[in-house]
Design a protein around this ligand. Sequence first.
Ligand SMILES: O=P(O)(O)O[C@H]1O[C@H](CO)[C@@H](O)[C@H]1O
Length: 293
Amino acid sequence: MQTKGSPSCCCSFEDYNLTTEWLLNHTSQRPKVAVICGSGLGLLADGAANKQTFRYQDIPNFPVSTVAGHEGCLVFGTIEDTSCVFMQGHFHLYEGYSLCQVTFPVRIFKLMGVETVLVTNASGAICPDYKVGDIMIIKDHINLPGFAGQHPLFGPNDERFGTRFPCMSDAYSKDLRRLAGQVCSELGCSGFLREGVYCMVSGPNFETIAEARMLQVLGCDSVGMSTVPEVTVAKHCGLRVLGLSLITNMVSLDYSREEKVNHDEVLQIGKMRAEVLQRVVTELISRCSINTH
Ligand SMILES: O=P(O)(O)O[C@H]1O[C@H](CO)[C@@H](O)[C@H]1O
């Protein structure tokens, strides 16, 4: 496999197979649900039992995490009867990885037998009604880097994973969104629960005010630097997807606003909401298997 910075797909089917075989030989878990933990949200794995952890650097072909708040561990475990795998830390374009590398784990999960992917992230609110600490069920997304030619499915299509032209109008499972809404209200989160449109930007800088205003005009409710590539690849290979975004900051839409966003603040809000998010994720997973596609 090529290293950082490749423009289009740099992973062959053999690369995916080798990593899958390695993992299947090193764990007896056969996960049905994968959870991708966003910035500061690695604690989501704490709800699992019978945990077995691998550091990314020890897994053949796996990229490594380079950003604070991303532990860089793959954790297998069980929640009730459901076997799961948690990515404590995911990868970003701004780290210098190609989108093929960013999405590499998703295809590994598919080959391991995963059926459902739960993506989580930290994002900034564009919608002025949102508040810091809100949990947003992702209803839809805008792939801004994709418009500029940065797309994880660029290059020859491998039909073993999916079709050349995947449909994205139902990227986020309606059933799972409904279930997430139910679980959140049962756990007392209705007061800070939202549903909205997430927009991916490449980062690593946070938005200028003019950019933020543009995103608002485009219909975005929140903005972040991840998730969309993983969801696109997951949907391409037939996985069902649920996305939860934690609103960690308000994006400045106004030149008179003095606050400046920074990554430490993002991680701090992650810590503040980690426990409640963990309960939501654990409950969702325990109910996932009894809910069909
Ligand atoms: O999307 P995740 O990785 O959760 O994190 C978000 O927070 C980081 C910026 O603080 C960026 O990585 C952005 O994408």
